[in-house]
Ligand binder design. Structure first.
Ligand code: SAH
Length: 449
């Protein structure tokens, strides 16, 4: 029998899809161990036990893996910001490829999984940060939550965020402290600032700061906004009002406090406006490769009529607009659709349209209407697309479906369903958008048989 808090020696045989070491005990239990790599023998302490499996953390490492990278701080592991940072980058890429291959085999699919394409930047690649703000020992602090908890681990160096963003966060923290602003207290639902969100255009250096606050207004807000606006590179300062007791970071309402209502960044030679609530790919050094791979695999031509579903601010559709006949986008976030329309104008694109709504509903509507499309791009969130989406796509009958996925598990499910409608793929190309984390991005092109 194993008990909580018990320490025991474990031989790590594998890495889970979440990047945890996997060990099997003599009792037939599977333990998932933080900060442990395949081939290592570690002493671990049991944190949680469930039926047949449990969680543990490494206390000491008896036999070290040659693939281990020594970290200068254990905060990144504690918070889960960078769950794979203790593994060499080459092995991280192998891990990601293997994960997709395993899923392909499990689902009995006949698909070639290509090697994961490395990110040009391995650290400091994130162009967006969302950090919690709390009171610690009566002082306003920023950091990140300890894994599986809401305890703040105070931090200044976030490892995978653009270092200029880390600097801005420090600057904002100092200003908030000067004015005696308090960080959020979850237990009593009090305090003023819940989160600081910072976005920085990788190619433009333009910074947007969003203060997520419990109240719409508080004392000294105009002066605070003004001082934040004066920080290096800051072009836009917002207050986001989130009065709810919730884990969702942003509330619905944004108020511009200082500067421009948006920042810009570039993908290739195109410029994109980004407003606070809009999605933008977070690894700017790798985004062009992700899109290029998709376009390459799709072999677009001047006769193509493209539907860009889950279009965000229109980045993919607008990137290919000049090579095709037309681009029609659909996206559920209103400000993102507005950004997409503005981005079309900004980049002199005249053959695109963007609609506000759910992709699955629009696809359904277009299928019934008999809309023509030769290529459908789908870039859904982690939960993938719906059956309704796949059915309507089949009805519209494009020659190709470009599927960009940030969750290989739902990708497999959706590929299987597409197969039922006569769409198949031969290859999946993983692209590393998120070094140091377990996340895998995949591009695949399904063709009509
Ligand atoms: N293609 C864009 C955005 C991808 S992220 C890019 O590469 O930048 C996924 C996008 O889908 C987000 O903008 C999100 O707001 C949007 N979204 C989520 N569910 C949706 C749905 N049901 N219908 C349409 N858009 C949706």
């Amino acid at each position: 029998m194993l008990n909580k808090n018990q320490e025991l020696q474990l031989t790590i045989t594998d890495l889970s899809y979440e990047g945890m070491g996997v060990a099997h005990t003599d009792e037939g239990m599977t333990l998932f161990v933080d900060n442990a790599l395949p081939g290592e023998v570690v002493t671990a302490k049991i944190l949680k036990l469930k039926k047949g499996f449990g969680f543990a953390k490494t206390v000491s490492i008896e036999t070290k893996s040659p693939d281990r990278v020594e970290m200068s701080s254990n905060k990144w592991a504690q918070t889960g910001i960078a769950p794979l940072a203790h593994l060499t980058y080459a092995k991280q890429l192998e891990f990601k490829t293997k994960q997709v291959k395993t899923l392909v085999e499990k689902n009995k699919l006949d698909i070639d999984v290509l090697e994961t394409i490395a990110s040009p930047n391995e650290l400091g690649y994130r162009n967006k940060a969302q950090v919690p703000v709390r009171q610690v020992k009566r002082q306003l602090e920023v950091g990140f939550f300890r894994k599986r908890s809401h305890d703040l681990v105070v931090m200044e160096d976030f490892l995978i965020q653009d270092p200029k963003i880390d600097n801005t966060i420090k600057g904002v923290r100092e200003i908030l402290r000067q004015y005696g602003i308090t960080g959020y207290d979850e237990r009593n639902h009090r305090g003023q600032v819940k989160n600081i969100i910072v976005r920085r255009g990788y190619f433009t250096g333009e910074i947007m700061v969003v203060l997520v606050c419990l109240d719409k207004k508080f004392k000294h807000l105009p002066e605070i906004a003004d001082e934040i606006h004066q920080l290096e590179e800051v072009k836009s300062v917002y207050l986001n009002h989130n009065p709810q007791k919730t884990n969702v970071i942003m509330g619905k309402k944004n108020r511009l406090l200082a500067g421009n209502s948006y920042i810009t960044d570039k993908i290739g030679d195109q410029t994109f406006m980004i407003s606070p609530q809009s999605f933008f790919q977070i690894n700017s050094s790798q985004t062009p490769t992700l899109y290029q791979k998709a376009v390459e695999m799709a072999e677009l031509n001047q006769d193509d009529e493209v539907l860009d579903t889950y279009s965000g601010i229109g980045t993919i559709g607008l990137s290919v607009a000049k090579e095709v006949k037309s681009v029609t986008g659909v996206e559920v976030v209103k400000s993102a659709v507005e950004d997409a329309k503005n981005n079309a104008t900004l980049n002199h694109i005249t053959n695109s349209e963007f609609f506000l709504g759910k992709s699955e509903e629009y696809m359904n509507h277009w299928a019934e209407e008999g809309k023509q499309a030769t290529v459908v791009i789908a870039d859904p969130p982690r939960k993938g697309v719906t059956s309704e989406f796949i059915q309507s796509t089949a009805k519209i009958a494009p020659r190709k479906v470009i599927y960009i996925s940030c969750n290989p598990a739902t990708l497999m499910r959706d590929i299987k369903e597409f197969e039922e409608y006569g769409y198949t793929t031969k290859t999946i190309q993983p692209v590393d958008m998120f070094p140091m984390t377990q996340h895998v991005e995949c591009v695949t092109v399904l063709e009509k048989n």
